[in-house]
Design a protein around this ligand. Structure first.
Ligand SMILES: [Ca+2]
Ligand SMILES: [Ca+2]
Length: 716
């Protein structure tokens, strides 16, 4: 059992001024005290121990100061600070005063207990004792204990104390707050740290234990602490090479809110194995930028079985300062250490260098660096301006959803082409727009603050596609146009490209119905282009989006494209059992037709809306709707619905039903109803044929006396 540390431990180092070392400049150094005055050791007029501090000369005003770390003290802990001093001589009206402060790592000096911490001290006769109390502000890490004195003040100091006053609530502190990573060889034992655990007002012992995958590699010299202050030793004895991690838990079963957890990690090497450095990636593409710009690339470094540090050096660096590295040393068995290489050319030209990663006994790894800088005046050519069709590895399936898009960054996807034929901005990727998740491709010729009307032409070309071997021959995409206006000259066009003969590339525009009018702006539209059954399509072909339009702020619009697919075996499709709906009824008699809609691979419900010439003359209902409406919804798998009409006037009523669901091509079903006094329905009735009735807003089917709902259930 340790001897309990009492609350009355003096937290000041050398508070009794018993330790002094001769110093050529000021006479003596007093350990942790900072004192820029000439002092000597007083051995007769003392209060405590065998000596006191004596000022022998004080030509300037100064102070005597000690910084006390408070990192491991409980917030709110009250401290008692006792100063004992004897004024030998002085001339100032205010010869001595306190100048103590609490400090916070982020906020600096805190305005806390100022009235006691910065008070003027009495002159008095003989030894004076001043005792103040101050509490630890939340998050403070340091108390600066300081007494200041005026010019020509000579003093004796002895027996200064900084003590904790007894807390009344349970408390527990652990120091240090973090533990360093340990390195050891297999079979060796290294001390990770000595952890000081302090506590008060706890009646049950505090448990100390290790947990986690690597905990067997670490050990503690005790499992419980109950003294006011106890030190627990944590050691690392790896039995196998590798990285080891564990958690050190300091747990009070009594007051769980006081529990603390420290991460413990160690790295073990086996001296019988060859040290190895691995780097990712192992090669870097050329650094390209305009002179004056900066590009960085990061290499991840891992060391295994290394016994010495990993040294990083830059060799063959002909133009020092153009290529630089962020560090020259990494710990022996670093895990994913970040070695950042910076390219910062100040002039146009070509640059090269080599980075070496080496460790004692290991094989060095190297990466060749190449960089090209263009002069600032040149047109930036960081995007492609030429098409390259290689026809290699055509894809049977293409599903591009632009996940993990950047924020208005150049769209770069393997095997895709992003080509600026004319203009200054390629296709971009965009992650979000005004809070809306986008993750799609974007094309625009909008340039803020510019009214230049140069015609831009920018292309996004898919990878090579396999026509014959695809599961289906349907090319799909979603598209949305923002800022569309009637009469605009900007267009987003869909192209089919046959590059079988690269010297004679054939591009053909396909009418796809991409939104282009003001009332279509801001709405996503799913478009499916079925290329099945065409003899004219090359075995290997490409699809492409071409944005063309004026740049600047005059008339530029923005198009977004997402979910581009080819041969998608899980193609979302909406089908309807009617390609058109036509029926007849008499004035003031409801007529209607039910229809069945099927959804395949849909993730969202099917929405059916009415449009066309007389949409409001009709009403639709599903088996579950009570009020027929011009808008209904069926579940993603589809279902049965009905469309009906009830009009007083004779005539032909026409509309169309639009059916859509995210990802599926929108389908349109034309609807027409002839309202006439003598109709085929009359004949049907007399012949006891089934007919439709709209009863209380729902469509029913009447067969003789029996009434059925649209799902065929008897409704009598
Ligand atoms: Ca003393
Ligand atoms: Ca997307």
């Amino acid at each position: 059992m340790c001897i309990p540390a009492t609350a009355a431990d003096n937290l000041l180092d050398n508070g009794g001024f018993e330790s002094a070392k001769a110093n050529a400049l000021y006479g003596y150094d007093w350990d942790s005290w900072q004192c820029k005055a000439i002092t000597t050791i007083e051995t007769t007029d003392i209060l405590e121990g065998e000596q006191a501090l004596r000022f022998t000369e004080a030509n300037t005003a100064s102070n005597i100061t000690q910084e006390v770390s408070m990192t491991n003290e409980a917030d709110g802990q009250i401290f008692e600070l006792t100063f004992r001093y004897k004024l030998l001589s002085y001339t100032a009206e205010k010869p001595v005063w306190l100048n103590c402060v609490w400090e916070h790592p982020r906020d600096g000096v805190l305005n806390h207990d100022e009235e006691v911490l910065t008070q003027t001290l009495s002159k008095g006769d003989g030894w004076q004792t001043v005792t103040i109390k101050t509490s630890k502000p939340v998050g403070a890490t340091k108390l600066v204990v300081s007494m200041a004195y005026a010019k020509k003040t000579l003093l004796l100091l002895d027996d200064w104390r900084l003590e904790r006053t007894e807390a009344t609530e349970p408390w527990l502190t652990v120091s240090p707050a973090t533990l360093p990573k340990s390195d050891a060889k297999v079979g060796e034992t290294k001390t990770v740290g000595n952890i000081t655990i302090r506590q008060g007002h706890l009646t049950q012992p505090v448990s100390v234990y290790l947990t986690g995958t690597g905990s067997a590699m670490f050990s503690l010299d005790k499992q419980q602490v109950s003294a006011a202050e106890e030190v627990v030793k944590l050691t690392y004895t790896p039995t196998a090479a590798g990285q080891h991690r564990a958690m050190l838990i300091i747990e009070s079963s009594e007051v769980p809110t006081l529990n603390q957890t420290l991460s413990v990690s160690g790295s073990a090497s086996d001296p019988t194995l060859k040290p190895e450095i691995t780097i990712t990636p192992t090669t870097l593409e050329e650094f390209e930028c305009t002179a004056g710009e900066t590009i960085t690339k990061t290499i991840l470094v891992n060391g295994i079985n290394c016994t010495g540090n990993i040294e990083i050096s830059l060799l063959n660096n002909q133009s020092p300062g153009v290529f630089t590295i962020n560090n020259t040393l990494m710990p022996a068995n670093v895990q994913n250490g970040r070695s950042v290489i910076t390219f910062h050319p100040l002039a146009a030209g070509e640059y090269s260098a080599t980075v070496y990663y080496q460790t004692e006994g290991g094989t060095a790894q190297r990466i060749a660096l190449r960089g090209t800088a263009t002069s600032g005046e040149e047109k930036p050519d960081d995007f492609n301006t030429e098409f390259v069709f290689d026809n290699k590895s055509p894809q049977r399936v293409l599903i591009e959803r632009f996940d993990n898009a950047g924020h208005n960054e150049q769209l770069q996807l393997a095997n895709w082409q992003n080509v600026v034929v004319e203009g200054k901005k390629p296709w971009l990727s965009i992650d979000e727009l005004n809070g809306e998740q986008m993750d799609c491709a974007k094309a625009t010729a909008f340039v803020s603050g510019q009214t230049d009307d140069t015609e831009w032409e920018i292309w996004l070309v898919t990878p090579a596609l396999d026509y014959k071997n695809a599961a289906n021959q349907v090319f799909t995409f979603r598209v949305r146009g923002d800022y569309l206006f009637d009469g605009m000259t900007t267009a987003l066009e869909l192209y089919y490209i046959d590059a079988t003969d690269p010297a004679n590339v054939h591009k053909e525009k396909i009418a796809a119905g991409i939104p282009s009018t003001a009332d279509e702006k801001g709405k996503w539209v799913d478009i499916h282009v079925n290329l099945a059954g065409s003899d004219n399509i090359a075995d290997v072909f490409y699809m492409a989006f071409r944005y063309v339009g004026p740049s600047g702020t005059n008339g530029a619009v923005t198009y977004y494209v997402d979910d581009i697919t080819w041969g998608n075996p899980n193609l979302p499709i909406i089908t309807c059992d009617h390609s058109q709906v036509a029926f007849q009824t008499k004035p003031s008699v409801a007529g209607g037709v039910e229809f069945k809609v099927t959804g395949q691979n849909l993730t969202e419900p099917i929405k059916i809306t009415l449009g066309g010439a007389n949409p409001n003359s009709f009403a639709m209902a599903t088996a579950t709707t009570t009020n027929p409406s011009t808008t209904i919804e069926l579940p993603a798998e589809g279902g049965v619905a009905a469309i009906a009409l009830l009009q007083d006037a004779e005539g032909v009523y026409e509309a169309y039903m639009t059916m859509n669901s995210k990802g599926a091509a929108t389908i349109r079903i034309p609807v027409s109803c002839l309202v006439k006094n003598t109709t085929a329905i009359d004949q049907a009735e007399t012949n006891d044929m089934p007919m439709k009735r709209l009863v209380n807003g729902r469509v029913f089917i009447q067969r003789g006396e029996a009434l059925y709902d649209i799902l065929g259930n008897n409704a009598n």
